[in-house]
Design a protein around this ligand. Sequence first.
Ligand code: HEM
Length: 321
Amino acid sequence: MSEAKRDILSRLKKKYDAIGQDVDTHLEGLLHSTPITYWDYIQTDVLLNLQVRRSEQPDEMTFIIYHQINELLFKMVLWEIEQISSHQDLTTEFFSSRLQRISRYFDMLSSSFTIMREGMEVEQYLKFRNTLTPASGFQSAQYRLIEFASTELINLIDNRFRETIDRNTPFEHAYEHLYWQAAGKNYATGDKTTLLRLFQERYMEDFIVFMKKYNKSNLASIFKSLPAEGRMNLDLQNAMRHYDHTVNVRWVMTHYLTAEKYLESSGEPAEATGGSNWKDYMHPRHQRRIFFPDLWTPDELNNWGISNLEDHKILDQPIAT
Ligand code: HEM
C-alpha cells in the first residue's frame, strides 16, 4: 500500500475513533452505498415542485419563480454577511471581498428586475394579482433580515421618530418604529393593516432575536470598529457605497418603476395587493433608507433618491470617518 493510502486510512481511523465509531464498518458501508447524483445533491425534484399557481394565467409562473430566485439570492446575501460578522480575525481584505460578493448578488437582482417589468403581460398580471391579496413582497422576511444585518438599527427607524430612540430603547419599541411600519400602521390609533398584522404574527419574535444578534455585529458597526487604516481603505469604502446604493436606490427604484407600470396601467393609481400607500411609502426620496450614512457626502445625502439614480460616484479619496 502506498504511503498516501496509509496516511488516509490512518486519518480516517483517527476521525472515527474520536466519535466512538468503527472505521471498518464505515469503509464496508462504501461497498453498498449508491453514487451521489446531481439531482440528489441539488435537490432538483424538491426545488422544481415549489411553483404552485393560484390562477390559470401562464405569466403567474414567471412571477412565482422570479420571487423564489430573489429569496435564494437573499439567502446568499445573508450567508455572506454572517461570514463577515462571525469572523474571529477579520481583515479589511476579507471584509471587502465578501462585500463585493454581496454586491454582485444585489447587482443581479437589480439588473434582472426587467424580468418582472417587461416579462409579464399587464392583463395577466391584473388578473392573477387579485388572487394574492393581501399578500405582498413586503412580507419577505429575508429582505428585513438583510436590513438588520447590514446597518445600525437607528438607520432603519422612521425618520419622524429617530429622536425618540437611542441605544437604551427596548427592541420591541424600536420594532414598532421601523420605517416599514409606515406601510400599514395608523400611528394615531396603533391599528395595523392585515398585511402588517400577519407579518408580525409570523415573524416579530424572530426579528427581535435577529435584531439583538446583529445589534453590534451588523456591517455598519463592524466597519466602525475597524482600525483607522481599515476604515480609510478606499476599496472597502467603495464596496460599501456600492452595496448601499444598489440595495437602497437602484433596486428600490427598479422595483418602484415596475409597481408603477403594473399598478397604474389603467391610468388610475391602483391599490397594491398589500394595501400600502405605496407611491409615497416606497420612493427612496421619502424612505431615505441608508445603511452607511457616514460614507456619503452631505450633498449626496441631500440628493438621496433624487439624482444619480442609476449610478453613484466612485471615490478616488476615502471619506474621513
Ligand atoms: C410585478 C411585480 C411587483 C409589483 C407590482 C410589486 C409591488 C409592490 C408594492 C405595491 C409594494 C408595497 C407594499 C404593498 O402595499 O403591497 C411592494 C413591496 C415590496 N416588494 Fe414588491 N412588487 C413586485 C415584485 C417584487 C419582487 C420580485 C420582489 C422580490 C422579493 C418584491 C419585494 C418587495 C419588498 C421587499 C417590498 C417591501 C419594500 C419596502 O418595504 O420598502 N416585489 N411591492
